[in-house]
Ligand binder design. Structure first.
Ligand code: BTN
Length: 272
Protein backbone atom coordinates (compact mmCIF):
# COMPACT_ATOMS: atom_id res chain seq x y z
CA UNK A 1 0.00 0.00 0.00
CA UNK A 2 1.23 3.53 -0.78
CA UNK A 3 2.26 5.82 2.05
CA UNK A 4 0.93 9.38 2.22
CA UNK A 5 3.98 11.32 3.46
CA UNK A 6 6.12 10.16 0.57
CA UNK A 7 3.69 11.88 -1.83
CA UNK A 8 4.65 15.20 -0.24
CA UNK A 9 8.37 14.79 -0.95
CA UNK A 10 7.91 15.84 -4.60
CA UNK A 11 6.84 19.36 -3.54
CA UNK A 12 10.15 19.87 -1.75
CA UNK A 13 12.49 18.20 -4.23
CA UNK A 14 15.24 20.36 -5.70
CA UNK A 15 16.86 17.67 -7.82
CA UNK A 16 17.01 17.13 -11.56
CA UNK A 17 16.63 13.36 -11.50
CA UNK A 18 16.89 11.82 -8.06
CA UNK A 19 13.47 11.12 -6.56
CA UNK A 20 11.59 12.44 -9.61
CA UNK A 21 10.30 8.87 -9.98
CA UNK A 22 9.38 7.87 -6.44
CA UNK A 23 7.47 4.88 -5.10
CA UNK A 24 6.44 4.93 -1.45
CA UNK A 25 5.13 1.88 0.43
CA UNK A 26 3.75 1.31 3.88
CA UNK A 27 5.46 -2.07 3.99
CA UNK A 28 7.75 -4.03 1.69
CA UNK A 29 10.14 -6.95 2.02
CA UNK A 30 13.17 -4.79 1.26
CA UNK A 31 13.39 -1.54 -0.69
CA UNK A 32 16.56 -2.91 -2.31
CA UNK A 33 14.58 -5.88 -3.64
CA UNK A 34 11.84 -3.59 -4.97
CA UNK A 35 14.31 -1.18 -6.54
CA UNK A 36 16.17 -4.04 -8.22
CA UNK A 37 12.93 -5.31 -9.78
CA UNK A 38 12.12 -1.79 -10.94
CA UNK A 39 15.62 -1.37 -12.40
CA UNK A 40 15.24 -4.64 -14.29
CA UNK A 41 11.98 -3.20 -15.65
CA UNK A 42 13.88 -0.17 -16.96
CA UNK A 43 13.64 2.36 -14.10
CA UNK A 44 15.60 5.48 -14.87
CA UNK A 45 18.63 6.52 -12.89
CA UNK A 46 17.57 8.30 -9.72
CA UNK A 47 14.33 6.36 -9.29
CA UNK A 48 13.70 5.83 -5.58
CA UNK A 49 11.75 3.30 -3.51
CA UNK A 50 10.84 4.34 0.06
CA UNK A 51 9.17 2.24 2.73
CA UNK A 52 7.81 2.93 6.19
CA UNK A 53 8.61 -0.63 7.23
CA UNK A 54 10.61 -3.57 5.87
CA UNK A 55 9.82 -7.18 6.73
CA UNK A 56 13.17 -8.41 5.35
CA UNK A 57 15.49 -5.41 5.52
CA UNK A 58 18.97 -6.34 4.39
CA UNK A 59 22.22 -5.19 5.94
CA UNK A 60 25.83 -5.64 4.90
CA UNK A 61 27.60 -8.95 5.38
CA UNK A 62 24.29 -10.85 5.13
CA UNK A 63 22.91 -9.23 8.26
CA UNK A 64 19.33 -8.16 8.86
CA UNK A 65 18.42 -4.46 9.02
CA UNK A 66 15.63 -3.73 11.48
CA UNK A 67 13.96 -0.37 12.01
CA UNK A 68 10.74 0.63 13.76
CA UNK A 69 7.67 1.29 11.63
CA UNK A 70 7.01 4.85 10.54
CA UNK A 71 10.00 6.42 12.33
CA UNK A 72 12.92 6.24 9.94
CA UNK A 73 14.09 6.56 6.36
CA UNK A 74 14.53 3.38 4.38
CA UNK A 75 15.13 3.98 0.72
CA UNK A 76 16.82 2.53 -2.31
CA UNK A 77 17.96 4.49 -5.35
CA UNK A 78 18.52 3.04 -8.81
CA UNK A 79 21.89 4.15 -10.18
CA UNK A 80 23.34 3.50 -13.62
CA UNK A 81 26.94 4.65 -13.14
CA UNK A 82 29.32 4.84 -16.05
CA UNK A 83 32.17 3.82 -13.73
CA UNK A 84 34.14 0.62 -14.22
CA UNK A 85 33.35 -2.03 -11.58
CA UNK A 86 36.64 -1.48 -9.78
CA UNK A 87 35.78 2.23 -9.34
CA UNK A 88 32.32 1.60 -7.88
CA UNK A 89 33.72 2.29 -4.42
CA UNK A 90 33.41 5.94 -5.44
CA UNK A 91 29.63 5.60 -5.36
CA UNK A 92 29.98 4.46 -1.77
CA UNK A 93 32.22 7.44 -1.04
CA UNK A 94 29.73 9.85 -2.63
CA UNK A 95 26.82 8.32 -0.72
CA UNK A 96 28.65 8.50 2.60
CA UNK A 97 29.44 12.18 2.12
CA UNK A 98 25.91 13.01 0.91
CA UNK A 99 24.19 11.31 3.84
CA UNK A 100 26.60 12.88 6.35
CA UNK A 101 25.84 16.31 4.89
CA UNK A 102 22.09 15.72 5.07
CA UNK A 103 22.42 14.45 8.64
CA UNK A 104 24.41 17.57 9.60
CA UNK A 105 21.61 19.77 8.31
CA UNK A 106 19.11 18.16 10.71
CA UNK A 107 21.31 17.31 13.70
CA UNK A 108 21.58 20.72 15.31
CA UNK A 109 25.17 21.53 16.15
CA UNK A 110 26.38 17.96 15.75
CA UNK A 111 28.65 16.87 12.90
CA UNK A 112 28.39 13.43 11.35
CA UNK A 113 31.42 11.16 10.93
CA UNK A 114 31.88 8.40 8.36
CA UNK A 115 33.17 4.99 9.33
CA UNK A 116 34.64 3.37 6.23
CA UNK A 117 33.16 2.21 3.99
CA UNK A 118 29.99 4.20 4.60
CA UNK A 119 28.40 4.01 8.04
CA UNK A 120 27.37 7.45 9.20
CA UNK A 121 27.94 8.10 12.89
CA UNK A 122 26.74 10.72 15.33
CA UNK A 123 28.54 10.95 18.66
CA UNK A 124 30.37 7.73 17.74
CA UNK A 125 27.18 5.73 17.22
CA UNK A 126 25.72 4.48 13.98
CA UNK A 127 22.81 6.46 12.65
CA UNK A 128 22.90 5.24 9.05
CA UNK A 129 23.97 2.15 7.16
CA UNK A 130 24.14 1.66 3.41
CA UNK A 131 24.04 -1.36 1.17
CA UNK A 132 25.20 -1.20 -2.44
CA UNK A 133 24.11 -4.07 -4.67
CA UNK A 134 24.98 -4.27 -8.33
CA UNK A 135 23.96 -6.14 -11.44
CA UNK A 136 26.46 -6.80 -14.18
CA UNK A 137 25.63 -8.67 -17.38
CA UNK A 138 27.57 -9.22 -20.59
CA UNK A 139 30.64 -10.77 -19.06
CA UNK A 140 31.15 -8.30 -16.24
CA UNK A 141 34.71 -7.51 -17.22
CA UNK A 142 36.81 -5.16 -15.15
CA UNK A 143 36.13 -2.43 -17.71
CA UNK A 144 32.38 -2.86 -18.21
CA UNK A 145 30.13 -0.59 -16.13
CA UNK A 146 27.33 -2.42 -14.31
CA UNK A 147 23.78 -2.35 -15.77
CA UNK A 148 22.61 -0.81 -12.55
CA UNK A 149 23.50 -0.44 -8.93
CA UNK A 150 21.02 -0.25 -6.08
CA UNK A 151 22.03 2.06 -3.26
CA UNK A 152 20.05 1.22 -0.12
CA UNK A 153 20.08 3.67 2.76
CA UNK A 154 18.75 3.02 6.24
CA UNK A 155 18.77 6.19 8.34
CA UNK A 156 17.62 6.19 11.96
CA UNK A 157 15.54 9.35 12.21
CA UNK A 158 13.00 9.37 15.05
CA UNK A 159 13.53 5.94 16.59
CA UNK A 160 14.38 6.22 20.29
CA UNK A 161 14.50 2.60 21.42
CA UNK A 162 16.79 0.03 19.82
CA UNK A 163 17.07 -3.73 20.25
CA UNK A 164 19.26 -4.68 23.21
CA UNK A 165 22.16 -5.74 21.01
CA UNK A 166 22.31 -2.24 19.50
CA UNK A 167 21.70 0.00 22.51
CA UNK A 168 25.40 0.82 22.91
CA UNK A 169 26.15 1.29 19.23
CA UNK A 170 23.09 2.81 17.51
CA UNK A 171 21.56 6.24 17.65
CA UNK A 172 19.12 8.40 15.73
CA UNK A 173 18.82 12.00 14.65
CA UNK A 174 16.12 12.55 17.22
CA UNK A 175 18.22 11.21 20.09
CA UNK A 176 21.11 13.47 19.15
CA UNK A 177 19.18 16.58 18.15
CA UNK A 178 16.80 16.30 21.09
CA UNK A 179 13.72 16.79 18.96
CA UNK A 180 11.68 15.02 16.35
CA UNK A 181 12.98 15.43 12.78
CA UNK A 182 10.51 15.81 9.87
CA UNK A 183 11.12 13.11 7.29
CA UNK A 184 9.77 14.92 4.20
CA UNK A 185 12.34 17.76 4.10
CA UNK A 186 15.06 15.38 5.31
CA UNK A 187 14.46 13.00 2.41
CA UNK A 188 14.24 15.85 -0.11
CA UNK A 189 17.53 17.26 1.19
CA UNK A 190 19.23 13.88 1.24
CA UNK A 191 18.31 13.22 -2.39
CA UNK A 192 19.68 16.60 -3.36
CA UNK A 193 23.02 15.97 -1.65
CA UNK A 194 23.13 12.47 -3.16
CA UNK A 195 22.53 13.68 -6.69
CA UNK A 196 25.19 16.37 -6.29
CA UNK A 197 27.93 14.13 -4.87
CA UNK A 198 27.11 11.27 -7.26
CA UNK A 199 27.23 13.62 -10.26
CA UNK A 200 30.62 14.88 -9.07
CA UNK A 201 32.17 11.41 -9.06
CA UNK A 202 30.58 10.63 -12.40
CA UNK A 203 32.06 13.84 -13.84
CA UNK A 204 35.60 13.01 -12.64
CA UNK A 205 35.47 15.45 -9.71
CA UNK A 206 35.97 12.63 -7.25
CA UNK A 207 39.03 14.22 -5.61
CA UNK A 208 36.78 16.81 -3.98
CA UNK A 209 34.34 14.13 -2.78
CA UNK A 210 37.15 11.95 -1.44
CA UNK A 211 38.55 14.94 0.45
CA UNK A 212 35.14 15.54 2.07
CA UNK A 213 34.98 11.87 2.99
CA UNK A 214 38.46 11.80 4.55
CA UNK A 215 37.70 14.93 6.60
CA UNK A 216 34.94 12.97 8.30
CA UNK A 217 36.92 9.82 9.05
CA UNK A 218 37.22 9.64 12.84
CA UNK A 219 39.72 6.79 12.66
CA UNK A 220 42.28 8.48 10.49
CA UNK A 221 45.63 7.73 12.11
CA UNK A 222 44.21 5.04 14.38
CA UNK A 223 45.35 1.44 14.60
CA UNK A 224 42.53 -0.84 13.53
CA UNK A 225 41.87 -4.45 12.72
CA UNK A 226 39.99 -4.99 9.52
CA UNK A 227 38.16 -8.17 8.64
CA UNK A 228 37.98 -8.68 4.87
CA UNK A 229 34.50 -9.44 3.50
CA UNK A 230 33.79 -13.12 2.92
CA UNK A 231 36.82 -14.41 4.79
CA UNK A 232 38.20 -14.80 8.27
CA UNK A 233 41.32 -12.96 7.27
CA UNK A 234 42.15 -9.85 9.19
CA UNK A 235 44.58 -7.06 8.50
CA UNK A 236 45.99 -4.93 11.30
CA UNK A 237 47.22 -1.49 10.41
CA UNK A 238 46.98 2.25 10.82
CA UNK A 239 44.31 4.07 8.80
CA UNK A 240 45.91 6.37 6.22
CA UNK A 241 42.84 7.39 4.24
CA UNK A 242 41.20 6.16 1.06
CA UNK A 243 42.48 5.46 -2.44
CA UNK A 244 41.32 7.05 -5.69
CA UNK A 245 38.66 4.33 -5.96
CA UNK A 246 37.49 4.39 -2.36
CA UNK A 247 39.56 1.53 -0.91
CA UNK A 248 40.85 1.83 2.65
CA UNK A 249 44.60 2.51 2.92
CA UNK A 250 46.22 0.79 5.86
CA UNK A 251 49.86 1.17 6.92
CA UNK A 252 51.00 -2.26 8.10
CA UNK A 253 54.41 -3.49 9.28
CA UNK A 254 54.91 -5.05 5.83
CA UNK A 255 53.97 -1.91 3.90
CA UNK A 256 50.76 -0.27 2.75
CA UNK A 257 47.76 -2.51 2.12
CA UNK A 258 44.54 -1.49 0.43
CA UNK A 259 41.27 -3.13 1.38
CA UNK A 260 38.25 -2.80 -0.89
CA UNK A 261 35.58 -4.54 1.16
CA UNK A 262 35.55 -5.32 4.81
CA UNK A 263 34.68 -4.17 8.25
CA UNK A 264 36.72 -2.34 10.81
CA UNK A 265 36.25 -4.57 13.82
CA UNK A 266 38.56 -3.09 16.40
CA UNK A 267 40.02 0.31 16.90
CA UNK A 268 42.59 1.61 19.30
CA UNK A 269 43.52 5.28 19.48
CA UNK A 270 47.07 5.93 18.38
CA UNK A 271 49.27 7.97 20.69
CA UNK A 272 49.42 10.88 18.24
C1 BTN B 1 24.31 -1.94 6.96
O1 BTN B 1 24.40 -3.13 7.28
O2 BTN B 1 24.86 -1.06 7.62
C2 BTN B 1 23.53 -1.57 5.73
C3 BTN B 1 22.08 -1.37 6.04
C4 BTN B 1 21.27 -0.96 4.85
C5 BTN B 1 19.81 -0.86 5.19
C6 BTN B 1 18.99 -0.26 4.09
S1 BTN B 1 17.35 0.09 4.60
C7 BTN B 1 16.90 0.43 2.96
C8 BTN B 1 17.60 -0.60 2.09
N1 BTN B 1 16.81 -1.80 1.98
C9 BTN B 1 17.39 -2.84 2.57
O3 BTN B 1 16.91 -4.00 2.64
N2 BTN B 1 18.56 -2.48 3.08
C10 BTN B 1 18.86 -1.08 2.82
Amino acid sequence: MAVEWVDRVGEQLETDRFGRALRGFEEVDSTNVQARAWAQDGAEEGSVVVADYQTHGRGRHGRVWTADRGQNLMLSTVLRPSLAPDALGLVTVAAGVAVAEAVDAFAGTHRADIKWPNDVLLEGRKTCGMLLEGSVTGGGSRATPPDFVILGIGLNVNQVHFPEALTETATSLRLVAGRSVPRVPLLAHLLRRLEHRYDQVQAGQDAEVRRRFTERMPRLGDDVILRATGSNQTVAGRVRGITSTGGLRLATPSGEQVVHAGEVTTARRSSR
